[in-house]
Design a protein around this ligand. Structure first.
Ligand SMILES: Cc1cc2nc3c(=O)[nH]c(=O)nc-3n(C[C@H](O)[C@H](O)[C@H](O)COP(=O)(O)OP(=O)(O)OC[C@H]3O[C@@H](n4cnc5c(N)ncnc54)[C@H](O)[C@@H]3O)c2cc1C
Length: 417
């Protein structure tokens, strides 16, 4: 099958009847204005029905891809379909970095921001929080620009938009000074040490990821990404020794695709993602889910998951525990709260995964967990409405920019009514 006909994980065949690849802005505007139902598609890395449609997919891969750095304002205007891996070297050449990156560089900037994609770090926000302006073709075919400076009443509602407002053509991103980053893994941190020192462990580096299968009594890998001098790295982490060889998050898989570890400093974009641009990331055949809980509930949520660990074994490849700092974006799962992110890389077996997802959702329900917009969950409108105070405001924005519901699909109809 043509790769465009299914998502990256291989768990979803799109119901699409046509894929359109406009080559310029006017063609895109004409397409939107004359197509009753269409859905913008990025690099197909989401795992649920969010990007799906039974009508027309529009992808911007045939449009001009650009990265325009403004050295004075420390911002970059980038084409929407660009991947982070594609734009990062140019930013780096100008002496700039992005505030954070996700686990892999192959994701489009527009698709990542649409779903509040994130990396890790107690003081680091999700990738959408770096957006200072967004250009999109709305449901009437008009080119609209919204910016943090000029549209303070709606901007926070537009950035995490689930593809419901229009086809994003360009984004302006805030930049920070580039600094070398190094990674260091620690091995087999005991569950009791994690529980006793949770806040300190999660804040132990600029970015911390804990990988576990919730089996036995250890977190198999704690991965630090840090800008400080590697000579200052601790030799052990609450009894967990440093890794002496690179570690793949899924133990036993080849470490060839993982970005360089072992304390070797390098460019930010070659260390912040777990996986290298030139390789197939992660397991390649997988389904993913992720839930976010308030960081104040972190210890209790983790304890509850350890207890449920045996029930997840059949479906689970690996879990990743991360943190993300609060932002003000209406549909961000981190809206006005620091969160703990609980990620699950499942095997590619939907019925088995569905049972595990149900189990995790039961376990995390007392913590008002909210799912990742682009990953598998069974959440319905009631769940989202109870977690997002601005859901009705966002529905109003969607009506304003897409009055004829051109960008609607089943996921959005269920969510927005
Ligand atoms: C191996 C792997 C690792 C991942 N790691 C992480 C991680 O570390 N952190 C994390 O948070 N997530 C992670 N994800 C999830 C991923 O970041 C999100 O699903 C993201 O939305 C995918 O972006 P995409 O470009 O592939 O979007 P798609 O899946 O193509 O689309 C997602 C949404 O974005 C919209 N969209 C895309 N392009 C446009 C556009 N131009 N205009 C308007 N709307 C648009 C679509 O309509 C849809 O609603 C991972 C996924 C995979 C497969």
């Amino acid at each position: 099958m043509n790769q465009r006909g299914r998502n990256w994980g291989g768990n979803l065949t799109y119901g699409v009847r046509e894929v359109r690849l406009p080559t310029g802005l006017e063609e895109l505007q004409e397409l939107v204005a004359t197509t009753p139902r269409l859905r913008p598609l990025g690099t197909r890395h989401s795992f649920n029905g969010l990007a799906d449609t039974s009508a027309v997919h529009v992808t911007l891969e045939a449009m001009e891809q650009f990265v325009k750095v403004d050295d004075v304002s420390a911002t970059a205007r980038v084409s929407a379909w660009s991947t982070y891996g594609h734009i990062a070297p140019t930013l780096h050449d100008h002496g700039f970095a992005l505030p954070n990156l996700a686990s892999l560089p192959h994701i489009s900037v527009a698709g990542a921001c649409a779903t509040a994609t994130h990396g890790s770090g107690v003081r680091r926000r999700n990738l959408a929080a770096a957006v200072s302006a967004m250009e999109f073709v709305d449901g009437t075919g008009e080119l609209v620009t919204v910016s943090r400076a000029d549209d303070p009443d709606i901007f926070a509602g537009c950035v995490v938009h689930l593809g419901a407002l229009g086809v994003v053509t360009a984004l302006t991103l805030d930049l920070v000074p580039a600094q070398p980053v190094h990674q260091r893994a620690y091995v087999n941190l005991s569950r009791s040490a994690l529980a006793a020192n949770l806040a300190e462990i999660l804040a132990g580096a600029d970015s911390v990821s804990c990988f576990t299968r919730w089996q036995g009594d250890v977190v198999e890998t704690v991965l630090h990404k840090d800008m400080r001098d590697p000579a200052d790295d601790p030799t052990e982490l609450f009894g967990a020794p440093r890794a002496t060889r690179p570690r793949h998050p899924i133990l036993g898989l080849s470490t060839e695709p993982v970005t360089q570890q072992l304390g070797c400093p390098g460019p930010w974009h070659e260390r912040l993602p777990h996986f290298r641009l030139g390789h197939t990331p992660s397991a390649g055949k997988e389904i993913q889910s992720e839930w976010f809980v308030d960081r104040r509930d972190a210890a209790d949520a983790l304890e509850a998951l350890w207890k449920a660990g045996p029930d997840l074994d059949e479906a689970l490849q690996v879990s990743e525990i991360r943190t993300i700092a609060a932002d003000d974006l209406w549909l961000s799962p981190m809206h006005e709260r620091d969160v703990l992110a609980l990620h699950f890389t499942w095997i590619l077996d939907q019925p088995v995964v569905d049972r595990a997802v149900e189990r995790v959702e039961d376990v995390l329900a007392p913590f008002d967990a909210v799912p990742h917009w682009g990953k598998v969950s069974h959440a319905d409108r009631d769940v989202y409405a109870s977690r997002y105070d601005h859901l009705d405001d966002f529905t109003g924005l969607a009506e304003r920019f897409d009055p004829e519901h051109r960008f609607r699909n089943t996921f959005l109809d269920d969510l927005l009514g």
